[in-house]
Design a protein around this ligand. Structure first.
Ligand code: CA
Length: 234
């Protein structure tokens, strides 16, 4: 492993998928340490100190969400979760437990590489959690000026309610990252509202009508079905 080469611990029990992901990661220049179990993966993570963990949620010896919780006790290492379509609940739990992002199987190599780049870039830019430094953030034709609490499209001021503004700035601070319903509800409304996703749906619909050119076909405020929302910049 050279000075600049980044390392990944890959925890996946299905040999075919593990091989596929390991090949893709190696081709992108990563050093890869493979594990077929949670126990071995945790050991590798402790000893190798990788830059990223790629974690399958369905492991033979332990629940993947449990692995995330254990890792988060002592590390803020980026975690990308691999899951299958039927594991919606586990995906939400994984994100709430501190995973950075997820990929649903089957996925292509370009998608995997793009997600990994995004996760690693966010970490270097923001040093983990927290807001990007700049006070102004632009996506599409929308400009969010957090210093003056102003949202504009060209010269037109977009009037947002305080809740809409809070949701938008939370998404901006986590651009590219999927935020769970629970996470947004807790941050914007408070912990007593985490079980009320319908609140969020109503306000997101309003926000989309104001922000998106075509709110029924959004390009920036994206829904992750059953999970939450993601702000996409491009
Ligand atoms: Ca599995």
């Amino acid at each position: 492993m050279t000075e600049t080469q980044q390392g990944v611990v890959l925890i996946e029990d299905e040999a075919m998928i593990r091989h596929y992901v390991a090949m893709a990661l190696s081709a992108s220049g990563f050093k890869v340490w493979e594990s077929g179990t949670a126990a071995q993966g945790l050991l590798e993570t402790v000893s190798r100190r990788p830059d990223l963990v790629v974690l399958d949620l369905g492991l033979p010896d332990r629940d993947g969400v449990d692995v995330i919780r254990e890792l988060r006790n002592w590390s803020d290492i980026p975690i990308l979760v691999l899951s299958v379509r039927t594991e919606e609940v586990q995906k939400v739990e994984a994100l709430d437990a501190g995973a950075d992002d997820y990929l649903t199987k089957p996925f292509g190599v370009p998608e995997l590489q793009a997600r990994i780049r995004a996760v690693l870039r966010r970490r270097t830019q923001h040093g983990g959690e927290g807001m990007p430094e700049e006070g102004v953030f632009e996506f599409g034709e929308i400009r969010v000026d957090r210093i003056h609490r102003r949202v504009t499209r060209g010269s037109e001021i977009i009037h947002l309610t305080p809740i809409e503004y809070q949701i938008l700035t939370l998404l901006v601070a986590n651009v590219g990252r999927v935020l769970t319903h629970r996470y947004i509800l807790q941050k914007v409304w408070g912990p007593e509202y985490v079980e009320r996703p319908h609140y969020l749906r109503v306000f997101m619909a309003g926000l989309r009508r104001k922000i998106e050119k075509n709110s029924s076909n959004p390009r920036h405020l994206m829904t992750e079905t059953g999970i939450g929302y993601r702000l996409v910049r491009e």
